[in-house]
Structures are given as structure tokens and as C-alpha cells.
Design a protein around this ligand. Sequence first.
Ligand SMILES: Cc1ncc(COP(=O)(O)O)c(C=O)c1O
Length: 474
Amino acid sequence: MHPGAPDLSSFPRAEWLKASRRALAAAPNEALGYGDPRGRHELRSALADYLARARGVHAHPDRIVICAGFVHGLMLLGDVLRRRGVHDIAVESYGLDIHWNILTRAGLHTHPLPLDELGTNPGELDAWGARGARGADGVDGVDRVEGIDGVDGAHGMDGAGGADRARGARGAHAANSTHGVHGAQGVHGNQGVHGARAGREGRASRAVREDQAGAAGTTGLPGRAERADKAVGAEGGGSSGGRAAVGAALLTPAHQFPMGVPLHPDRRAAVVDWARRTDGLILEDDYDGEFRYDRQPVGALQGLDPDRVVYFGTASKSLAPGLRLGWMVLPSALTQEVVEAKGSMDWSCGALDQLTLAEFLNSGAYDRHLRSARLRYRRRRDQLVAALAARAPSVRATGIAAGLHAVLQLPPGTEQSVVSAAAWQRLGVAGLSSFRHELAADPAASIDALVVGYGTPPDHAWTGALDALCRVLP
Ligand SMILES: Cc1ncc(COP(=O)(O)O)c(C=O)c1O
């Protein structure tokens, strides 16, 4: 039950094989060459369609770069940021040290932002001052996105007929070019490509605000004395007070990892505002944004400002981490540098898997797989919550109903003993403290909790794993 992987036994082998045969049969000979460092154009254009309709991302195939999972994308971005003269990057106070280490190896210092029940608090960004990510060469980071007219309307993926609706939407778009531009029905938080920015943000905020209601009081984090808008409403910024000036921020806005809280709408707006005021860059890790069980997913932060946000997606949760397939949607001003970094460093990401994923997306197999995966993981989460209520009433699952993991808040002082007891039962669970950044400040430090990957066990082992978990809980 270690968090991280989906149920690998449910990988859609037959469908993947079929897609792979079709993709290989249709592949031109040139696909077997070194190709474009951005990745296969078939996959980039399939992803542009998919990300627009499912995550509200403003994606154009030219600004998508395929990478070997999120970690590879982060390595590339770390390198580019460093070359642009960025030395310091804000991260969340809870997360994965593998990601922080990648940034450190790229030569960046990571600074944890405080976290509370409204998600990561970007107010500290202003205290650090401004250090733009555009580099000393004055490259303008605000070029308008080009050629995005073709981005289709975003139809939600939940419920029956998602893929059919998506195909229908493309058809409608072809017949009438205005359909696509109104976008985002079912993807809360983003409303089509041509909407005025202010309008987009207004609607986005409403949707995310509703979303936060679902998380209120369920985060396990200490309540806050001050309101979010006060906390994040700092104006002006730019005064570092002797502290390092941060040029970028790495966030998990849809579902903070591991705490499970979505970023409050005021904070979504505040972090974008910080990036605009300071030439900063936001790195959005949308690792499990497709898995939402109580409502339609909230759209990606990137939809608020595609010039300030690098969007990262991955197949590691939705399909399997072993595929090593991820994607970045880049601001246009950054694309060339990332492509050059990738082309000069490595040529990972095999063309055949890329073509297969493109076929998997275009054929609707990805949508079908996600629908059944959502049902599986939602059922497991419900069973976990019910088992806790019945067998461990002093423990509660916190965060929103989403993703493949849950944070189980424990009575104070019990985390280490529960983790050890679980290890004796040969049950892999992680203590929350192992996800804490070494420089993170209180108050969250005092929480005792487990991070449980309920998505990980195969179906046949799930009931036994849940039973073993309940036995070790206080
Ligand atoms: C927070 C977070 N981001 C990203 C990823 C995906 O990483 P990758 O695509 O490199 O497998 C994971 C997977 O466990 C994760 O937990």
C-alpha cells in the first residue's frame, strides 16, 4: 500500500496490444528514426486534444514535449531554470524528496512553502522577493499562444459516453469552428480558449471554491486563524529582506501530494499573480488530476495563464509508471530552450510507445480505461473510509475524494509505532513525516498520519490488505 503506483494488474494489456499493433502498422518508416526531440507529433496532437477537453489545459502540439515521466521533465526544467539564472525554487512543504533532489542536483535550492487546510500558501513567495525565470537575456515570457484555435471544447470525462462525447465534440468542432472555443463543459475551472482571461479566472475561482467546500475540514491540517485572501493578498512583493529570491514554484494544485487538499481558489489566483508580477514560473505537477470521485475534476492551473505555468502530466497513475511516459505543456517562450536541453542531453521516450499511446487516446481506449479505473479506486476509497469508521474510529481519512492515496490521520504520537507494526505485517505504508521537507516549518509538522496507497494492491489482494491495515491502526 505504498503510495505511488496504480493497480498494475489492471493495466489494459489487451487494449494496449491492439493499439500497439494498429500504431505500428500505420507508422511511417521515418517514425523509426531519431525524430523530433519534442516527441512524436501523433502523440503531441492527441494529447493537445485530450488535455484541453479533460484538464482544461491550453495545449498546442508545438508546445508539448514528451518526456520519460514527470521526473524526466523536472530534470529538463531544472536545467533550463538554472541556465536562466534561477537559483531558488519554492516547493510544497510536503512532497516527494526524489523531486526536490532532482532540483537540487540541477543546482537549485528548494524552499518549502507553508501548507494548511486551504492548500499550499503562496504568500511567502512575496517575502522571498522576485527573481524572474526569463533569464538575463530578457526573453519575453509573455508571447501569446499561437495556433490554439483548433483546441477543442473540453467535455468532461466522467460518466458514460465520455469518449463518444469527445469524438462528437471533435466532429462538432470540425463542422462549426465556434464550438470548440467555448470549451470546458465538465472540466471545472477553465472555460475555453478564447474567453477573456478575467472571465476565465472568475469562473475558475467559482468552480474551485465549490471544490474547496468538499475539502473543508477534511485535510487533517490545523485550522487557520487567518483567511486565505488575507494570507495571500500581499501586494507589490519584490522585497526579499535578504532572503533568496525565488524564480519558480513547484506545486500540485489539483490534489496536493500527499495531503490531498486542492489549492484554494484565492491561492490559485495569488500564485498566478505572483508569477506575473515577478516573471516567475509555476511548475504544475498534475500527477493524478483525472481521478476525482465526488465531482468533475477541477481544471488545471495552467488554464489560468499558459504563459506562466508549465503543465506536467504523466501516464504513471493513469496507466503504469513502467511506461515512463509523461508530457509537458510549455509557455511558448520556454519551448525552444527545453527542446534544446532535451535534444542535447538525451533522446529517451521510444517512438513505438508514443505512437501506441497516441492511438490509445484517439481510439477512446484511454477514456474507457480511466472510467473503469475511477470506479475501481472510488470503490476502494469508499471501502477504506467505511472500514475506518467501523474498525478504527480514532483514525480518519483526510483530503478530498480523489487520487490513488489517502492520508489517515492518527492520534498524536502514534505514527512511528503504526508504521513499524505495519512493517511487521508485511504491509507497506508510509508515515507522513517521510514526505516532509527538511526545512518545513510548523504547524503541520505535528500531524501524525499514514499515507496509504489504496490504488496499489491488485484486486485479489485488496481486501486482505485493508484488513491488515485495520489491524495495525490504533
Ligand atoms: C506527486 C507525484 N508527482 C508525479 C508523479 C509521477 O512521476 P513519474 O511520471 O516520473 O512516474 C508521482 C508518482 O508517484 C507523484 O506521486
